[in-house]
Design a protein around this ligand. Structure first.
Ligand code: CFN
Length: 466
C-alpha cells in the first residue's frame, strides 16, 4: 500500500518521503525502534502543516499565561490569524488579570521595516502599561521581519523592564527559525528559563507540591486534570501554561515533582529544572480511563502511603461512572477504524482513550514530533499500523481511502475535506469547540463526541459523487 502511495511521486521525492512512513512490525513494538524520519525540513511542494516558531512560542507556550500581555511583534497577520483559535481557557477578569483573549500587535508598516521597529515597540510597551496597569508582565513575540531587519528587542526589553517595573521578555521566535513550530516551544522554554525560572518564592512549601507541565487547558483539560491530582491529596502549585500565571512559572522550582503531560512542548523545562534544582519529573497521560488510572497510580507511587491510598480511593470512586460510559458507547464504537494526524503529542496520548471504547488506531502520526516521540509512540501501536511524519494532503487522503477509516482525527485544514469525502471527522486540536477530554470528566465528553461524529445519521443522507 505504501509503495502504491509513493508511486505517484517523482524519484527524488519518493526517496525522501519513503523515510517518513513506516508500517509497524512486532519487533518495533518490543524494541521501541522506529525508522520514521522526523524533525527535518519539509519538502517543497508538499502541503505541510508543521507550523512555525512563532506559533510554537506565542500560540502554544507563552500565549496561555493569562496575566501578561503578549505582543505579536511584526506585521498584523500573524497575531490576527492566530487570535483565539486554540481555546486555552483561563479564569479571571478580562483586562484586569486575564488578557488571553486579546490580540495585541505592533502592526508593522513599511517604514518600520525600513527604519526599524524598536522605537515603536518601546512606545507600545508604554501604552500597554498605561492601558493595562495590572498586567504582570509583557512578552515580545517576534515575527519573521523583526529578525530579518536585525531589530534589538533585547535592548528594548531590558530598558522597558527597568522603566515599567514589570518583566518585559523578548522572545526570538521568528517564524523562519527551525523546521516546524517545535523550535518555537524550545525558544519559549529557554526564555522562561532565562527570565522567570526561580525568580519568585513560594510562601509555604509542602511535601505534596506538584506542577502540571505541558497542559494548555484546551477546552478545560487542565482543570479536569488538576481536580484529580487534588483529590488524591496533592497540591498543584503551578499550571504550565493553561490558565497559568507568571507567578506560577516563577515558583515552580519549589515543586516536589514535575508532572509532564505534553512531553514534546515542555520536556526542555522539566529537564532544566531537574538539572538546576534536582526536581524529578515524570510523564503521565490523562486520556481515557485506562491511562488515567495507570498515571494516577504512577504519580502516587512517588509519594507516601496516604497518597497511594487516596489514589486507589479516587480510582474506585470514578469506576462506576467510567464503566457506564464504556457500557453505553463501546457497543456503538467497537471495531471502528481511526486515523490520526496531530501535532506532537496527541497522536500517541489519545490512543488509549480510543481503545477504551473498542476503537482501533489504523494509522497515526505527527506534524512536528521528534525521534523520541516516535519511539514513545511505536510501543503503543499494534502490528500493521501505519506511522508517518508530516504527510501531505494526498498521502492522508490516499491512506484514509485504502484503510477505509471510520473516523479521521486531525486539524481544521483537514476537517472540511473529510466532511466532503463523507468521512466522520473530529478536530483533535481544539476538540471541535468541545472538551475537556482529559481525566475522568473529559472521557465522558470524548466518548460522546466520537459517537456523535461516527453515528450521526447525516452520513447516510449524503450522496457522494464517487
Ligand atoms: S495543545 Fe498541545 S499537546 S502543546 Fe502542542 S504538541 Fe499543538 S496546539 Mo494543536 S493540539 Fe497539538 Fe500537542 Fe503538546 Fe495543541 S498535539 S498541534 S503545539 N499541541
Amino acid at each position: 500500500m505504501l509503495e502504491e502511495l509513493l508511486e505517484v511521486y517523482p524519484e527524488r521525492t519518493k526517496k525522501f518521503k519513503k523515510k517518513h512512513f513506516q508500517v509497524v512490525e512486532e519487533e518495533n513494538i518490543e524494541s521501541g525502534k522506529c525508522s520514521v524520519k522526523s524533525n527535518i525540513k519539509s519538502r517543497p511542494g508538499v502541503m505541510t502543516i508543521r507550523g512555525c516558531a512563532y506559533a510554537g512560542s506565542k500560540g502554544v507556550v507563552w500565549g496561555p499565561i493569562k496575566d501578561m500581555i503578549h505582543i505579536s511583534h511584526g506585521p498584523v497577520g500573524c497575531g490576527q490569524y492566530s487570535w483565539g483559535t486554540r481555546r486555552n481557557y483561563a479564569t479571571g477578569t478580562l483586562g484586569v488579570n486575564n488578557f488571553t483573549v486579546m490580540q495585541i500587535t505592533s502592526d508593522f508598516q513599511e517604514r518600520d521595516i525600513v527604519f526599524g521597529g524598536d522605537k515603536k515597540l518601546e512606545a507600545l510597551c508604554k501604552e500597554v502599561k498605561e492601558m493595562f496597569p495590572l498586567a504582570k508582565g509583557i512578552s515580545i513575540q517576534s515575527e519573521c521581519p523583526v529578525g530579518l531587519i536585525g531589530d534589538d528587542i533585547e535592548a528594548v526589553g531590558k530598558k522597558m523592564t527597568k522603566e515599567l517595573g514589570v518583566p518585559v521578555i523578548p522572545v526570538r521566535c521568528e517564524g523562519f527559525r527551525g523546521v516546524s513550530q517545535s523550535l518555537g516551544h524550545h525558544i519559549a522554554n529557554d526564555t522562561i528559563r532565562d527570565h522567570v525560572m526561580g525568580t519568585r518564592e513560594l510562601e509555604e512549601a509542602g511535601p505534596y507540591d506538584v506542577a502540571i507541565i505541558g497542559d494548555y487547558n484546551i477546552g478545560g483539560d487542565a482543570w479536569a486534570s488538576r481536580i484529580l491530582l487534588e483529590e488524591i491529596g496533592l497540591r498543584v502549585i503551578a499550571q504550565w501554561s493553561g490558565d497559568g500565571s507568571i507567578n506560577e512559572l516563577g515558583i515552580t522550582h519549589k515543586s516536589k515533582l514535575n508532572l509532564i503531560h505534553c512531553y514534546r512542548s515542555m520536556n526542555y523545562m522539566a529537564k532544566t529544572m531537574e538539572k538546576e534544582y534536582g526536581i524529578p519529573w515524570m510523564e503521565y497521560n490523562f486520556f481515557g480511563p485506562t491511562k488515567t488510572i495507570e498515571s494516577l497510580r504512577a504519580i502516587a507511587a512517588h509519594f507516601d502511603e496516604t497518597i497511594q491510598a487516596n489514589a486507589e480511593r479516587v480510582i474506585a470512586a470514578y469506576k462506576d461512572e467510567m464503566d457506564e460510559v464504556i457500557e453505553k458507547y463501546h457497543p456503538r464504537l467497537e471495531g471502528k477504524k481511526v486515523m490520526l494526524i496531530i501535532g506532537g503529542l496527541r497522536a500517541r496520548h489519545t490512543i488509549g482513550a480510543y481503545e477504551d471504547l473498542g476503537m482501533e488506531i489504523v494509522a497515526t502520526g505527527y506534524e512536528f514530533a521528534h525521534k523520541d516521540d516516535y519511539e514513545k509512540t511505536i510501543v503503543e501501536l499494534k502490528e500493521g499500523t501505519v506511522l508517518y511524519d508530516d504527510p501531505g494532503a494526498f498521502d492522508v487522503e490516499f491512506l484514509s481511502d485504502k484503510l477505509d477509516v471510520d473516523l479521521m482525527g486531525a486539524g481544521v485544514k483537514e476537517k472540511y475535506v473529510y466532511h466532503k469525502l463523507g468521512i466522520p471527522f473530529r478536530q483533535m486540536h481544539s476538540w471541535d469547540y468541545s472538551g475537556p477530554y482529559h481525566g475522568f470528566d473529559g472521557f465522558k465528553v470524548f466518548a460522546q463526541d466520537m459517537d456523535t461524529a461516527i453515528n450521526s445519521p447525516v452520513w447516510n443522507l449524503m450522496d457522494l459523487p464517487f
